[in-house]
Design a binder for this molecule. Structure first.
Ligand SMILES: Nc1ncnc2c1ncn2[C@@H]1O[C@H](COP(=O)(O)OP(=O)(O)O)[C@@H](O)[C@H]1O
Ligand SMILES: [Mg+2]
Length: 346
């Protein structure tokens, strides 16, 4: 079907006035001419006819203008009402996208997008504040509780050690949390990667695995490592967060005696790192949310995470123009595939 081109608002306005004027000034004279021709009016008085034509033209013109302007002005009055609501902080407004003319339809469409975005920001801000407060509150209450218990002189040495251990781990959790929040906010405000240097990527991943040895060896997790030697050009410390987070997740979500495999390939200026585990896996529903801030599938947070790890990973990869994919099956395992362009400095 051929699309009717959108009319410019000014042309449309002229057209509307023209239609109103033509109809209002021609209807009555036309009826009069027909009536005279048919013989209904004999010997018309020109003065009375003129006054009659004038009055009917005005009445028809006003009625037509009222009907048409209502149709034309409705979207603008709707927009006016909606803008007032947004100004008062109510972002739950959407206007029906009707209206004569491309400009008005576009204006309403943009307004609807703006209201939706403002609502998202508002929801995000509220969620963020409540998540941050919740995440800080839990370890702080633990520290307060164990410190209070430590004030009791009658507790045994092992109890004392246990409480101190818990205070230390809660403090570590707080420091990781504030570190992650600071890093995410810094990365979100950053658009380019600074401090790029050449470094050995396989060595970086190997030392990350080594730094986590105390956890995977305690769980008797086997490791299958197969990595090409790759010299990568990028921000070393930023990239290290990717491996640290994905590998610690793999260890955390893999039961005792499981297997974690790490593969690194470098082909045509593209580095591919595949980290897979034989852990608890994820359902489709969980998979859809893992990159969101503060998302933890385990709501009881027994896994000691704060749900910021993968958000950070995703942002770092985005900044490096790379991609991350997840394949996972519940109770079978998870595979993270990270691809990073490796364009060395020339
Ligand atoms: N290897 C994995 N196996 C199973 N689930 C995982 C794995 N990696 C991530 N997840 C899921 O993604 C969620 C978010 O991960 P992350 O952002 O690192 O947060 P955290 O580790 O602090 O919980 C985890 O809570 C978990 O539910
Ligand atoms: Mg994590």
């Amino acid at each position: 079907m051929k699309k009717i081109p959108d009319l410019k608002l000014s042309v449309l306005f002229i057209l509307l006035i023209f239609i109103i004027q033509s109809i209002s000034s021609s209807v009555f004279p036309l009826i009069t001419i027909i009536a005279i021709n048919l013989g209904y009016i004999k010997n018309p008085n020109p003065v009375i006819m003129l006054i009659f034509i004038l009055i009917t033209s005005i009445v028809i013109g006003v009625i037509l203008a009222k009907i048409i302007s209502k149709r034309v002005l409705k979207p603008i009055t709707d927009l006016n009402e909606a803008t007032k609501k947004v100004a008062k902080g109510d972002f739950n407004v959407q206007i029906e996208e009707i209206g004569i003319g491309k400009e008005i339809k576009e204006m309403i469409h943009s307004f609807n997008i703006m209201a939706k975005e403002l609502k998202n920001i508002e929801t995000f801000r509220n969620d963020f504040i409540s998540n941050v407060s919740h995440e800080f509150k839990t370890p702080l209450s633990a520290i307060e509780g164990y410190a209070t218990l430590l004030q009791d002189d009658s507790i045994s040495k092992s109890e004392r050690d246990n409480y101190i251990e818990r205070i230390i781990s809660s403090s570590k959790r707080l420091s990781t949390l504030s570190g992650n929040i600071l890093m995410i906010s810094k990365l979100e405000n950053q658009e380019i990667v600074l401090d790029k240097r050449m470094f050995s990527l396989d060595e970086q991943i190997r030392s990350c695995i080594l730094s986590l040895e105390h956890i995977w060896s305690e769980k008797n997790i086997s490791l299958d490592i197969d990595m090409d030697n790759v010299i990568f050009y990028g921000n070393k410390s930023m990239i290290s967060h990717i491996w640290f987070n994905i590998i610690s997740n793999a260890i955390k979500f893999t039961p005792n005696g499981g297997l974690i495999s790490v593969k690194l390939k470098n082909e045509n200026d593209l580095v591919t790192v595949v980290i897979s585990d034989t852990g608890i896996g994820m359902s489709e529903e969980i998979k859809n949310h893992i990159f969101e801030k503060f998302y933890c599938a385990d709501k009881s947070r027994t896994n000691s995470g704060n749900g910021l790890g993968l958000t950070l990973v995703k942002r770092v990869i985005e900044l490096c123009d790379g991609t991350i994919e997840v394949e996972s099956q519940k109770n079978i395992g998870t595979k993270f595939i990270v691809k990073l362009p490796n364009v060395a400095k020339t």
